[in-house]
Design a protein. Structure first.
Ligand SMILES: [Zn+2]
Length: 221
């Protein structure tokens, strides 16, 4: 059971189709783990359909959930079983929304080493508005910690495997950690297995210590 969820505004943006591509990926991936947020999104979508009816009285009542989604500008649910995407062996085991994104891309992204014990993989999704924003997977080896840092924008980290702790708490598979410029943290992977996360940021990382800032001149975090 996940303990850390997207906030109401993020779920509402997702349900109404107003979320950015990166935010949609984050929420859709969280929903694969979280029945509580899935039912909340279902309720918001149906509420949206009811509101739509009240402002468009000429339209007949939606006969199905697909029609509600259609009126909200969202993709209708497929009527037949979807064809599973072609997933490369190294990406098997990732949640379906990320697999679909990778399968639809022309290029195959690869992991790259940032520092000892930390690898990142840039995903082929449009990042949010703002300089330094990004959408990527991050893999921390067991027990490894990212240098203390803060952010110029917001950062959302959704755990896909393993777990990590930072100054704000402990996060396990399905949990979303969110932080902004008011928080300085040092995420450290749990012992046991590597911690793999989906990370969406809306601004650049700022390493906190002078040594960290010096290192950032040489290492692209
Ligand atoms: Zn949730």
């Amino acid at each position: 059971m996940t303990r850390h969820h997207p906030d109401q505004a993020m779920l509402l943006d997702y349900a109404s189709g107003a979320a950015s591509e990166a935010e949609s990926l984050l929420v859709a991936t969280h929903l694969t783990y979280c029945p509580r947020c899935r039912s909340e999104v279902d309720e918001l979508e149906c509420l949206g359909g009811t509101l739509l009816d009240s402002i468009e009285p000429s339209l007949p009542a939606p006969s199905s959930c697909d029609e509600v989604l259609d009126r909200l500008g969202r993709e209708p649910r497929p009527t037949s079983r979807p064809v599973p995407p072609q997933v490369l062996p190294q990406f098997q085991g990732l949640p379906r929304p990320i697999q679909r994104l990778l399968a639809a891309s022309d290029r195959v992204p690869a992991w790259r080493r940032v520092m000892a014990g930390l690898d990142v993989l840039d995903l082929p999704a449009r990042p949010p508005e703002g300089a330094g924003s990004m959408v990527r997977l991050m893999r921390l080896q067991p027990g490894v910690a990212v240098p203390q840092h803060t952010h110029r924008g917001e950062e959302f980290t959704l755990v896909l495997a393993g777990g990590f702790s930072d100054d704000t708490g402990h996060y396990q598979v399905g949990d979303i950690a969110s932080c902004d410029g008011s928080i300085s943290h040092r995420p450290a992977a749990d012992l046991g297995e590597p911690c793999v996360s989906l990370v969406v940021t809306t601004g650049p990382v700022r390493l906190a210590s002078p040594i960290g800032r010096l290192a950032s001149l040489f290492v692209r975090v």
